[in-house]
Write a protein that binds this ligand. Structure first.
Ligand SMILES: Cc1ncc(COP(=O)(O)O)c(C=O)c1O
Length: 475
């Protein structure tokens, strides 16, 4: 039985706490009132784990895309690296600028910068911290921020603390909207138009919820055309492109040979590389700015040795070419999945009825330059279909999660599937068949005209679990 569905059932079974907590201090009652709004909408999140991972449950959700975590290779290499450096401390025991620095970290940064063809690199404890440092330290008063509307939450958090007052989004991956946005900044900001202040443009390599790739070359050439003096520069978040795109997984910028054009690259390393931490690639000017103005670098502890050792061995895997085969398998896996889904007899009807849609597949395969392991399956807008599909998959042994607003726009609810080099052909065929079986059930409900009355089998099971939790009062 799926632990995701159980924990969902338990979370949704929670009764409103505002009345039962009436003797608690107001501080806690106010917090319970906030949580009650989630409880009322069955949106209360909870945590769970998968003891049956790899046996009863097949992973189509983790970020271990190259299979380095699953295979245990990362763990083995990591243990060897620790053994080779017997004097290591667990904690860096200080921020980077005081006690937290080490030769090991400096050598690592040097080698990583070389691998990515960058002038220099700066380690961070994680990607959230790296984005916060970049967006608080780099845009200066009078500068503007322009960002893709689907940019990651941690970039938004960084931008909130930025000195830049002008912040404008452009439509996701839309070149016309990008051009219009840059032109409007140029036209409304005399100091930027005169080349005295700058525009920092934030994009991602592969967008985490959509699995599509940033049209970086085109964006760069539009930015150069509108700002020929070079006062428009890019920050790219390569969290999801790291390890899966480019030579030896070096990322989108390296794949396109744009190393000289992109001012700042942020790579998070717990995903495809199965390590942890993050690294910012930039030049010495930017690095110096981050060290002097990146408040969370100045005031937080530096990455400890275990994290650095994991990053070292992760990069060794990429550098040695050992992960190339896994990287090459992505295209094959996604094509196999697409073929199984779209050749199934239910596909056309389910697609027409908006029960299953994969917008990524609307583009011509011949024109598709990069294949990414993230495939969002969009379900019928403004319904609970995405949750129903996730229940169905989870109860049938596949780990995949529903995604909804505010993580994705309203009406674009989905279940996100992530492929891993470790997923076998049989597993991929099985998840495609399971998705189609669910779509058949949903079409049947449509044909009966019982939508809203009859819920699909897996959802019925989930609701029954929730009722049981309510009756037991264990929630
Ligand atoms: C695009 C993107 N950027 C940044 C982050 C934050 O990285 P970290 O998990 O290392 O804090 C994530 C995390 O999932 C991400 O998907």
């Amino acid at each position: 039985m799926s632990t995701f569905v159980q924990s969902w059932a338990k979370a949704q079974a929670q009764k409103s706490q505002i009345h039962s907590s009436k003797n608690a201090p107001i501080f806690f009652r106010n917090l319970e009132a906030e949580l009650d709004t989630l409880r009322e909408n069955q949106r209360c999140l909870s945590i769970h784990s998968y003891p049956g991972l790899g046996k009863d449950m097949i992973d189509f959700a983790s970020a271990d895309m190259l299979g380095l975590g699953t295979s245990g290779r990362m763990r083995e290499a990591f243990m060897e690296e620790l053994a080779q450096n017997p004097d290591w401390w667990v904690s860096a025991s200080g921020p980077r600028l005081t006690f937290g620095n080490s030769k090991y970290m400096e050598d690592l940064e040097h080698d990583i910068a070389e691998f990515h063809g960058a002038e220099t690199a700066l380690m961070a404890v994680n990607g959230g911290m790296a984005n916060a440092a970049i967006f608080t330290a780099i845009p200066r008063a009078g500068d503007a921020l322009v960002y893709d509307e689907y940019i990651h939450a941690t970039v938004h958090d960084g931008m909130k603390n930025s000195l830049a007052l002008v912040k404008k989004a452009f439509l996701h991956n839309n070149l016309d909207s990008f051009r219009d946005t840059l032109e409007s900044v140029r036209n409304s900001q005399p100091l930027i138009r005169n080349g005295k202040r700058c525009v920092l443009i934030a994009v991602e390599g592969i967008y985490s919820m959509d699995g599509d790739v940033c049209p970086l070359e085109e964006l760069v050439s539009i930015a150069k055309e509108i700002f020929p003096d070079g006062n428009a520069q890019f920050v790219i978040d390569e969290a999801h492109s790291h390890g899966v795109i480019g030579p030896k997984g070096a990322g989108l910028v390296s794949a396109l040979g744009l190393e000289k054009e992109i001012a700042i690259r942020m790579h998070t390393l717990p995903k495809a590389m199965a390590a942890g931490g993050a690294v910012i690639m930039c030049n010495n000017t930017v690095r110096n700015m981050l060290l002097n103005f990146g408040r969370n670098i100045l005031f937080s502890g530096a990455p400890g040795f275990p994290l650095l050792a994991a990053i070292r061995v992760g990069y060794d895997f990429l550098q040695s070419g050992e992960t190339q085969q896994a990287q090459d398998r992505i295209k094959y896996m996604v094509q196999l999945f697409k073929d199984k889904l779209t050749s199934h007899p239910v596909w056309d009807a389910a697609n027409d009825a908006k029960i299953l849609r994969v917008p990524l597949w609307d583009q011509d395969e011949q024109e598709q330059r990069f294949w990414t392991p993230i495939v969002p399956i969009l379900t019928r807008p403004n319904t609970k279909h995405n949750v129903y599909l996730a229940f169905h998959l989870q109860l049938n042994g596949f780990i995949a999660y529903p995604v909804y607003f505010p993580v994705v726009p309203k009406s674009a609810e989905r279940v996100r599937i992530i492929f891993h080099a470790s997923n076998t052909d049989e597993e991929i065929e099985a998840i495609a068949a399971s998705i189609c079986a669910w779509a058949e059930e949903m079409l049947e409900i449509d044909e009966e005209g019982t939508a809203g009355v009859r819920v699909p089998t897996a959802a019925r099971q989930a609701y029954a679990m929730m009722e049981k939790e309510r009756l037991n009062g264990s929630a």
